[in-house]
Design a protein around this ligand. Structure first.
Ligand code: ADP
Ligand code: MG
Length: 315
C-alpha cells in the first residue's frame, strides 16, 4: 500500500501536543507558538545528509535521534531550554518500516526534553533530513562564542574523539569498545542540562561538532583572544585509549557534540555549586591568552603541531 505525503505526516509526525505554549501545531499553513514574556527565542537549524553526516548503514532510529540531538546540542551551547522543532524530510521512497523507526528515534529524544514537533515539510529525493529547533532563554542570558577573556579557563564536557574513531570500525564487531564508540557516533547525548547550568557563569560556549581545534578556534576568533591547551588533559574514553593513540582524533575529530566552555576564575565557586545538575563531567584543558592563536602543549610543555582545521564541507 502506497503512503502519500499526507499519510506520512499524519501517521508518523502528528501527535497531540503536551505543551500549552503550542497554540497550533502540525496541520495548518504554519504553527502558532507563544514565547513567554521575559524570554528570548533561540533558533538553530542543521541538515544531515546520508553518507556525510551519518553512514548510509545507520539504523533509521538513530538517524531520527541524531537529527534532533545535533540541534539540541546547539541549543545547549546557547544556554537555551529546548521547546519546539520543525522537520524537513527528503526521502527516496515512502518506506513504512524506515519511517516507523526514524520517528521513534526522533520522538524518544524529543520526549526526554519535552520538545514538541510543530511542523515541517516532506519531499522526495536523495535522503536528507533538516531539523530546526527552537529554545527559550531568559532575556540577555544566552551563552555566546564571544566573551572569553585572557586568564579564563577552558573546559570540555564528556570525552572527545569517540565519534570520529567510530567511523572506521566494523559495525559487526561485537566488542564492548566498538559498541561504545558506535553509540557515541549514532546516538549523541546533547548537553542540555550543562548549558542551563552554565548560564550566568560561562564567558563563552560552543558545541564541538567539527573538532575541538576548529570549534575552540571559533571562540578565540569571536572573542579576539588565543589559548593554550594541554593535550594530556583532554578527556579520553577508555575505549578510545584502548583503540587509538592518535592526538589528531581527539583534537580534530568532530561529531562528539560535547561543549567547549570558557569560565572566568572568579566564577569557579559558583560553578561547583551548580555543576552536579549538569549530569556529565567537566574537565579543565587549557587557558585563554592575550596573543591570538591556539597552542597545543605536549606532556613536556612543548608546542605540538596539528592541522586543526576540523571538518569542512567546502575545503
Ligand atoms: P504546505 O502545503 O502549507 O506547505 P504541507 O502539505 O507541506 O503544507 O504540510 C502540511 C502540514 O504538515 C503543515 O502543518 C506542515 O508543517 C506539516 N508537516 C509537513 N511535513 C512534516 C514533517 N515531516 N514533520 C512534521 N510536520 C510536517
Ligand atoms: Mg510544505
Amino acid at each position: 500500500m502506497a503512503l502519500s505525503e499526507f499519510d506520512i505526516i499524519t501517521r508518523y509526525f502528528t501527535r497531540p501536543s503536551r505543551r500549552p505554549d503550542v497554540v497550533l501545531g502540525v496541520g495548518d499553513d504554519g504553527a502558532l507558538l507563544r514565547v513567554p514574556a521575559g524570554m528570548e527565542l533561540v533558533v538553530t537549524i542543521d541538515t544531515l545528509v546520508s553518507g556525510i553526516h551519518f553512514p548510509p548503514a545507520t539504523d533509521p532510529y538513530d538517524i531520527g535521534w541524531k537529527t534532533l540531538a545535533v540541534s539540541l546540542s546547539d541549543l545547549a551551547a546557547m544556554g537555551a531550554e529546548p521547546a519546539w522543532a520543525t522537520l524537513a524530510l527528503t526521502l527516496p521512497e515512502a518506506d513504512a518500516a524506515w519511517l516507523t523507526a526514524f520517528s521513534r528515534g526522533l520522538f524518544d529524544l524529543a520526549d526526554q526534553y519535552g520538545v514538541a514537533l510543530i511542523g515541517g515539510d516532506t519531499t522526495r529525493g536523495p535522503l536528507a533530513v533538516t531539523l530546526q529547533a527552537h529554545g527559550l532563554v531568559p532575556t540577555g542570558q544566552a551563552l555566546r562564542r564571544a566573551g572569553a577573556r585572557p586568564g579564563d579557563r577552558v573546559y570540555v564536557t564528556g570525552t572527545l574523539g569517540d565519534a570520529t574513531l567510530a567511523l572506521p570500525q566494523d559495525r559487526r564487531d561485537p566488542s564492548a569498545e566498538v559498541a561504545y564508540l558506535l553509540g557515541r557516533l549514532d546516538r549523541p547525548t546533547p548537553r542540555v542540562a550543562a548549558g542551563l547550568a552554565l548560564r550566568g557563569i560561562a564567558s563563552a560556549v560552543i558545541d564541538i561538532s567539527d573538532g575541538l581545534g576548529a570549534d575552540l578556534g571559533h571562540i578565540l576568533e569571536a572573542s579576539g583572544v588565543g589559548a593554550v591547551v594541554w593535550l594530556e588533559r583532554i578527556p579520553r574514553s577508555p575505549a578510545l585509549k584502548a583503540l587509538s593513540p592518535s592526538w589528531e582524533i581527539v583534537t580534530a575529530g568532530g561529531d562528539d557534540y560535547e561543549l567547549c566552555v570558557v569560565i572566568p576564575h572568579d566564577r569557579l565557586d559558583q560553578l561547583s555549586q551548580v555543576w552536579p545538575a549538569a549530569g556529565c563531567d567537566l574537565t579543565p584543558i587549557g587557558e585563554i591568552q592575550t596573543s591570538p592563536g591556539l597552542i597545543w602543549l605536549d606532556a613536556e610543555g612543548n608546542p605540538a603541531l596539528f592541522a586543526n582545521t576540523g571538518f569542512r564541507h567546502f575545503p
